[in-house]
Design a protein around this ligand. Structure first.
Ligand code: 26V
Length: 872
């Protein structure tokens, strides 16, 4: 077992670490008098021997072959594409490491205030292509590997996605890291190194989703650096004793060790290479030798089994909570290790703890890391001897909380008995926070018991539960939502009482963003080249100042430009068709409109509305004469997305899509006009193929339910038009690109509550309310797509409460689809819309979003890496 840092010694400089740092650095140490000293040996010899970043093709091939030979122990005759990927990755990684070292040294020397992004999910996707782009080495590697007999595309295709996330929240975290490095901000990520990422989705012949594990680390991960010397002990269970002075002593229970793995995050066109630190759990005592010698092998490995479990698998749910003990342990393990690491780094500067908020800002990505709030209180009170008030003032100036949903079922709550069992000291602290908080509320609103019950951090019931969103809001300096409408809903619904009590200035909005490097340049290289050529601005400039896309607007009127624009869309459709052909063996026609909905399966996202709309179209086509059909523009509908393994209704929706597809794709009456595909195992990499190929994409959540959405931004950036409800970021996209360039339908947010009320208290039979929908449902129920009775529970969600208002929005949805058809008939106008859409998407760069966080919340500034000094 590697030596672990005793929690009591956190903050004391670690000698071993100091040496690691100085040995790899370029810069000499500065002593108290300001004099510079080279830490070891001959400075000249050191500096001459340090690896530079040679960017020419011969250096690339040399480095590649070196890795083939010495890192992989292989040779030219037995090197396959996977081996070539590994060699290329190791060679690119050398460049990242040099920049990473310089970045960290720069921060150590300058001591800027830093921000930390705590996220239980980082949906990174593939790294090699992004690293090449950001380092400016794409062409060199393309040429280099070609000379060695490989194609860069084949090599890039060998990389497995790092899929440590469920959906939008995790991908947002990945975009923000890219933007943090690209804008040279001192921003680190902290997460968990799950052994298994989001499950692999398989679809059975009947259309059922099956889940298989995703052992993504199987072939080793060249992008991480194990830091076996950076370890912390984390305690669970045990007893907590309160002392008279308010301090607590927490002892006993189980201790596990957190080991750091660092993932390098290069910036686009910058030296800044920030760090994503992922924790792995290990048993404190790897092997109990006594038990082993006594012949008890199982006993000897027991502690390792339970400790390993903590970081073994990502929970595959989003928007539903479960109260599982292991998930709580994941959350505490990760927040405790991250805070210990942040505090150790802060203390190395020799500053007193009350200055923590001057040097550290911590962003809580949803409520998942909220235990960091009581954990920092515990450290300050029990270990650092602070009094309550001073500790609370530090805590409430360090944390910032982003809410990502207002759906009640997705708001985290933890049973009090579970927290008491796993984290007894934290439960005491949470109760104390609650007591002081409610006392303050009582002073402002005397005798308002209902208000106290609503605002309490503890929900009464059997069992009582801790409301994590309340704890996060109370313990943070700022609270934000992720799009204008959503931030307003946060303020007027779930946290209304908190706005009344604390004042509105604590609550604000930062509209989400996406990185244009991955979501335009990498996934749509031809479009990126056309933009560069047309704007006559280097792509290194416009990819970092996305408002420059506005320069495309006049070209919407240029017929030659439109032709090029449309030809690229066409080639992207062919690329997608090729993917479907090679992976599923199915032939997609490419002379059709491509209509795409790709996202997690959820009732609120209303994939069901989409598939019922497809059936409606099918029935309409069936009723047409051949003459009428000739006027119809062919449409290909794509779905992709995973359902939470226990989400029965979502899985039934997949089953319906798959079975409708097999019926209509083989129906000679309709197959030339309508095709439908469910592409299994949706991932970041699949999104990169689907998005550039889309003519229209669907973002059709019930108004007020989708906090932002971010794929809507990706489609529009790639010139795909948006069909959607007036929800989330759709609204701001329409504001930017112009309402005439989007297709909106459906009821608005303020109507939703009333409609739901009507459903319950004044129900109208579906046949009367929405005959079109009733007819579609009838056909499904009659077995047109097989399995009649199997779909009953899904159909009943609509026939009964219809909580997500399909029957209210169906008619306007069908009308909007008709408007899309009509607009598509005029290809010139359509392409104009497409160009104008891309041109007006500048606002949605994640660079803009991360700078808003940096300036308005964290108060941090860019800290560019200086060029290394030459040896003297
Ligand atoms: C909630 C829960 C509840 C407990 C079980 C596990 C689990 C896992 C994830 C979540 C988070 C749900 C919130 C979420 O993912 N929101 C999405 O965030 C995106 C980025 O801001 C946004 O674009 C989407 O609209 C929003 O649904």
């Amino acid at each position: 077992m590697t030596s672990t840092i005793d929690t009591k010694s956190i903050g004391k400089p670690q000698r071993a670490r100091r040496h690691v740092r100085t040995l790899t650095g370029y810069l000499p140490e500065v002593d108290a008098t300001g004099k510079e000293h080279w830490p070891r040996g001959d400075e000249k010899v050191w500096k001459e021997a340090l690896r530079g970043v040679d960017k020419d093709v011969p250096s690339v091939t040399k480095s590649f072959v070196n890795h083939v030979q010495t890192s992989l122990a292989r040779q030219a005759y037995n090197l396959d594409d996977l081996g070539a990927y590994q060699a290329a990755a190791l060679s690119v990684r050398d460049n990242l490491i040099v920049n990473w070292n310089e970045t960290q040294l720069n921060y150590t020397r300058k001591n800027p205030k830093r921000a930390y992004y705590l996220s239980l999910e980082f949906l990174m996707g593939r790294t090699l292509d992004n690293a090449l782009l950001n380092l400016g080495l794409k062409e060199e590697y393309r040429d280099g590997v070609k000379k060695l007999g490989f194609s860069i595309e084949d090599i890039l295709d060998k990389e497995r996605d790092a899929a440590l996330g469920n959906g939008g929240l995790g991908r947002l975290a990945a975009c923000y890291l890219d933007s943090g490095s690209s804008t040279e901000l001192p921003l680190w990520g902290y997460g968990l190194r799950y052994k298994y990422g989001i499950f692999q989705q398989l679809i059975s012949p009947e259309g059922n989703q099956l889940e298989a594990p995703d052992p993504w680390l199987e072939n080793q991960n060249p992008w991480e650096l194990p830091r076996l010397d950076v370890t912390y002990e984390v305690r669970f269970y045990g007893q907590s004793e309160r002392l008279a002075n308010g301090r607590g002593i927490w002892q006993g229970g189980q201790e596990v060790v957190a080991v750091a793995y660092d993932v390098m995050i290069p910036g686009y066109g910058t030296k800044t290479t920030n760090n994503l630190r992922l924790w792995e759990s290990r048993p404190k005592r790897g092997f109990d030798l006594n038990s082993f010698n006594a012949g008890n092998y199982e006993g000897a490995v027991e502690s390792s089994n339970t400790a390993d479990a903590i970081t073994s698998v990502l929970y595959p749910n989003d928007h539903t909570s479960f109260g599982k003990e292991l998930r709580l342990k994941q959350q505490y393990f990760w927040t405790a290790a991250s805070l210990a690491d942040i505090i150790r780094r802060f203390k190395q500067q020799g500053k007193p703890m009350n200055q923590l908020p001057d040097y550290v800002a911590i962003q809580l990505n949803d409520t998942h890391p909220t235990l960091a709030i009581p954990e920092l209180m515990r450290i300050l009170i029990d270990e650092e001897d602070f009094g309550w008030d001073q500790a609370w003032s530090i805590v409430t100036n360090v944390f910032f909380y982003t809410n990502h949903t207002v759906l009640p079922e997705a708001l985290e709550k933890w049973p009090v008995p579970l927290i008491e069992h796993v984290l007894p000291r934290h439960l005491q602290i949470i109760y104390d926070i609650n007591l002081f908080f409610l006392q303050a509320v009582e002073r402002k609103y005397p005798n308002d018991r209902e208000r106290l019950a609503r605002m309490s951090l503890i929900e009464e019931g059997f069992p009582k539960q801790v409301r994590m969103a309340h704890l996060a809001a109370v313990g943070s300096r700022k609270v934000n939502g992720v799009a204008e409408l959503h931030s307003d809903l946060v303020k007027t619904t779930i946290l209304k009482d908190f706005v009344d009590f604390e004042g509105v200035s604590k609550f604000s909005n930062v509209t989400n963003g996406i990185t244009p490097r991955r979501w335009l340049d990498q996934c749509n290289p031809e479009l990126s080249d056309l933009i560069t050529k047309t704007l006559k601005v280097e792509k290194t400039v416009w990819l970092k100042d996305l408002a420059k896309l506005k320069g495309l607007i006049p070209f919407a009127e240029d017929a030659a430009f439109r032709k090029e624009w449309a030809a690229i869309k066409q080639r992207n459709k062919e690329r997608l068709a090729h993917y479907v052909q090679t992976t599923l063996g199915l032939t997609v026609r490419t002379d059709a409109m491509f209509d795409v909905q790709i996202k997690r399966l959820h009732e609120y996202k209303r994939q069901t509305l989409n598939i019922l709309g497809v059936i409606h179209r099918y029935l309409t086509l069936k009723a047409m004469t051949p003459e009428e059909k000739k006027k119809v523009n062919p449409r290909v509908v794509f779905f992709a997305g995973k359902a939470a393994p226990a989400y029965y209704i979502a899985k039934l929706t997949i089953r319906l899509i798959v079975n409708v597809a097999s019926k209509i794709n083989t129906d000679p009456d309709t197959k030339d006009y309508l095709q439908l595909y469910f592409l299994p195992d949706y991932s970041v990499s699949l999104a990169e193929v689907l998005i550039p190929a889309s003519d229209i994409s669907q973002h059709i959540s019930t108004a007020g339910t989708e906090a932002s959405g971010t794929s809507n931004m990706k489609f529009c950036l790639n010139g795909g038009l948006l069909l959607g409800t007036v929800d989330g970021a759709n609204i701001e996209i329409a504001e930017e690109v112009g309402e005439s360039n989007v297709f909106f339908f459906g009821h608005l947010t303020p109507a939703v509550e009333d409609l739901r009320y009507q459903h319950i208290y004044h129900p109208v039979p579906l046949e009367e309310k929405c005959p079109g929908l009733a007819r579609v449902i009838e056909q499904v129920a009659a077995g047109l797509f097989g399995d009649a009775e199997i779909y009953e529970p899904l159909l009943n969600t609509i026939r009964q409460t219809d909580y997500y208002l399909l029957s209210d929005d169906f008619d306007s949805y069908i009308a909007a689809l008709g408007m899309v058809d009509e607009a598509y008939q005029d290809q010139d106008e359509w392409v104009k819309k497409s160009i104008k859409t891309t041109a007006n998407m500048g606002k949605f760069s994640s660079d803009r979003a991360i700078l808003e966080y940096a300036e308005s919340f964290w108060n941090i500034e860019p800290s560019p890496v200086e060029a290394p000094k030459k040896a003297t």
